[in-house]
Write a new protein. Structure first.
Length: 399
């Protein structure tokens, strides 16, 4: 434990040095080492510290910074270091008491003030190194987004992505060097030809408009959102299954027999703190799961190609397990013997054999047994009649 923090993380903006607080100026004045991106070092006021340029990619600079542990070190970060910022990336390498932070005004706050938007109702994304598909769940008419971009060239890529999703009518305000003397705003439509050269640092304020299809907020999204070879938990049953799984913040799911990945993907769409691993023995389906996750903006899904229970042995312990395929007595026995008490388990069965297995297991182990029988209206002669789907038996239990 350090008596005083050796590292000070300072949020610096385009208005530096005038925009820096007195505490930030004092920390820079007493520092032995100041490390940051070349642009940030150029913005800092004169001082006697040794300057160290943070390399690209960012991860390469972490070990360099840690070599100065014990000296008076300042790390420069953009705006608020803990809002899609560099400060968050350092926390896995530092102990409490080693650091203090002196945040500046975040780019999101600056952008919201330029646009006159209520920040609490505006969706904020840091996409410096993340794919634009992460925006997909948020795209709906009338939604306002502020998106941090890696560089000026990403503006055209963003516009192309929005247009491809059907949101070409969206209004994009390209905001460069916010808060500083070189600040500039350019207003375009996503469908416009983006030819202007935009300079880093840059963000985009977006008012979503167009004819794109928004992802519903409730579980049981339409099947058409998932590419599938037909092996998929269909929408009504998926909604009931997600309800039985009952995801809670920070929980991890095992989706055994992933099929199209629809259960795991909808689990992840529920909250950004959730994570999941899906296990699928068919290589083509495993690849399709990964593609579906990417298309729907989900990047917290681990796809394991293998067969349960062998493929489960080295995985992160789950809070919740769903069995959508590969149900067997051996698998249920392994899960019961291996998983800790309190783990929630949901299994769906469609064949007579798997239904009998769940019925027997529920009689022995307890839990809830639900029979789901659905029918859809379909043409019948000159009229219409009910066409029944195969019934589903669902067992849910807390181990």
């Amino acid at each position: 434990m350090y008596e005083a923090p050796w590292l000070t993380i300072i949020g610096i903006g385009e208005d530096a040095p005038d925009g820096l607080s007195r505490a930030s100026l004092d920390a820079l004045g007493s520092a032995e080492i100041v490390m940051g991106a070349q642009r940030q070092l150029a913005l800092s006021p004169p001082h006697g510290a040794e300057l160290v340029t943070w390399p690209v990619p960012f991860a390469d600079g972490v070990d360099i910074l840690l070599k100065y542990r014990g000296r008076r070190v300042v790390m420069l970060a953009s705006g608020d270091p803990f809002w899609f910022g560099a400060g968050t990336s350092m926390m896995g390498h530092l102990a409490p008491g080693e650091w203090r932070a002196l945040p500046g005004v975040s780019t999101f706050s600056l952008a919201a003030n330029v646009m006159g938007w209520a920040l609490e109702t505006t969706r904020c994304f840091g996409l410096h190194a993340a794919p634009l598909t992460r925006l997909r769940p948020a795209l709906a008419a009338g939604v306002r987004l502020i998106v941090l971009l890696r560089d000026g060239a990403a503006v055209a890529t963003l516009a192309q992505y929005l247009t491809a999703q059907g949101w070409g009518a969206s209004r994009i305000s390209v905001l460069e060097s916010l808060g500083g003397p070189q600040a500039r705003r350019s207003d375009i439509r996503a469908a416009d030809s983006v030819t202007d050269n935009h300079a880093h640092p840059v963000c985009a304020a977006i008012e979503v408009a167009g004819t794109g299809v928004a992802l519903p907020l409730a579980s049981g999204r339409p099947d058409a959102f998932f590419d599938s070879d037909g092996t998929m938990t269909k929408r009504p049953v998926r909604a009931l299954t997600l309800s039985a799984l009952a995801p809670r913040p920070f929980e991890h799911l095992w989706d055994i027999g992933g099929g199209s990945g629809s259960i795991a993907i909808e689990w992840l769409l529920g909250d950004p703190s959730l994570s999941a691993t899906t296990i699928e023995r068919n290589p083509a389906r495993a690849a399709r799961i990964a593609a579906n996750a990417a298309a729907l903006g989900v990047d917290r899904l681990q796809v394991i190609e293998g067969e349960a229970p062998t493929a489960l042995e080295e995985l992160q312990t789950p809070d919740c397990v769903f069995i959508g395929g590969g149900l067997s007595d051996d698998l249920l026995n392994w899960l019961e013997a291996t998983l800790p008490a309190g783990t929630r388990l949901v299994a769906n069965a469609v064949t007579l054999e798997s239904e009998a297995l769940l019925t027997q297991t529920q009689a022995r182990r307890g839990g809830d047994l639900l029979r789901i029988e659905l029918a859809r209206a379909a043409p019948l002669g000159s009229g219409r009649g009910w066409k029944a789907n195969y019934p589903i038996v669902q067992w849910s239990v807390t181990l």
